[in-house]
Design a protein around this ligand. Structure first.
Ligand SMILES: [Cu+2]
Length: 284
């Protein structure tokens, strides 16, 4: 009597299952990412040119500002399946951002010359993100309302993210101060910027114009509404970081006067620079 096809298939199925079980016992070791993914973003009035999709891991964002206005690059992680439309809707409400929108940094403002590039190393997991510019125009309208907002999809790779470069200066952001360890001297630096909370903070680094102090830039923004020539030259830094988030930036300093600034709005509506989150730095 011929055996039924089903009986003939059972041993074959057993072999396949055994092979699958064997494969499960020895998962391939995750490969280390060879180095950062270089992500080039161009800002202009008012749009970003940027990739729609990038691989997960250590991202090195390079921001070029073709101007004429100041622009920065804010990366926001959108959890719980939220989209750029959800973020736009949420930002119409005053007050703190919703829990599903995490500020994960990015390069802060680059001068509108198209020559300087500001950079930031940010480690991103796969998921949905938005990139946007929060800097306001002279009427106080943030640039994302003029179209400087894009979706960014970060795709999984199965690789272990590469390590960011070793920092020689670390800045902890608190309510409301910049706490610096390491020597801020003339020359190239890798600066690690960490938000210790409880609020969201940024750190703009700017070289002051001759005889200008950090408060002169605060007054230009807060009282002068960014009209006329700024008393400082932006060199990047970190855009907003939620508590616990961090990034590395590279910057080359020459002797002179610099300032650190956080223009994030506080719970009272006043920007953190007006709560003392502004610092003069002399570099020699
Ligand atoms: Cu702040």
């Amino acid at each position: 009597m011929p055996r039924s096809p089903l009986v003939r298939q059972v041993p074959m199925l057993a072999v396949v299952l055994a092979a699958a079980a064997c494969a499960r016992k020895q998962p391939p070791a995750p490969q280390a990412q060879a180095g950062p993914n270089h992500i080039f973003v161009t800002a202009q009035d008012y749009a970003f040119t940027a990739p729609d999709s990038i691989p997960a891991g250590l991202e090195m964002f390079h921001l070029v500002n073709k101007g004429p206005s100041l622009h920065h690059l804010q990366v926001v992680a959108l959890d719980s399946g939220k989209t750029v439309s959800d973020l736009m809707a949420a930002m119409k409400n005053p007050g703190p951002p919703p829990a599903w929108a995490r500020f994960v940094g990015g390069p802060n403002a680059a001068a509108p010359t198209g020559v300087d590039t500001t950079v930031a190393y940010v480690t991103l997991a796969a998921g949905n993100y938005a990139i946007l510019c929060f800097i306001p125009d002279t009427a106080g309208v943030p640039h994302f309302m003029h179209g400087m907002i894009r979706a960014l999809t970060v795709t999984p790779t199965g690789e272990t993210p590469a390590s960011p470069p070793q920092a020689d200066v670390v800045v902890h952001l608190t309510d409301y101060a910049f706490n610096i360890t390491g020597a801020v001297t003339a020359g190239p630096h890798v600066i690690r910027i960490v938000d210790d909370g409880p609020d969201v903070h940024e750190m703009l680094i700017a070289r002051m114009a001759p005889h200008a102090k950090a408060m002169d830039l605060v007054n230009w923004v807060e009282r002068g509404h960014m009209h006329g020539r700024p008393p400082a030259w932006p060199l990047g830094g970190a855009t907003a970081l939620s508590p616990g988030a961090e990034e590395e930036v590279t910057v080359t300093l020459t002797p002179g006067d610099y300032g650190l600034f956080c223009f994030m709005p506080g719970p009272d509506g006043k920007d953190h620079v007006l709560h003392g989150m502004v610092k003069d730095l002399k570099v020699s």
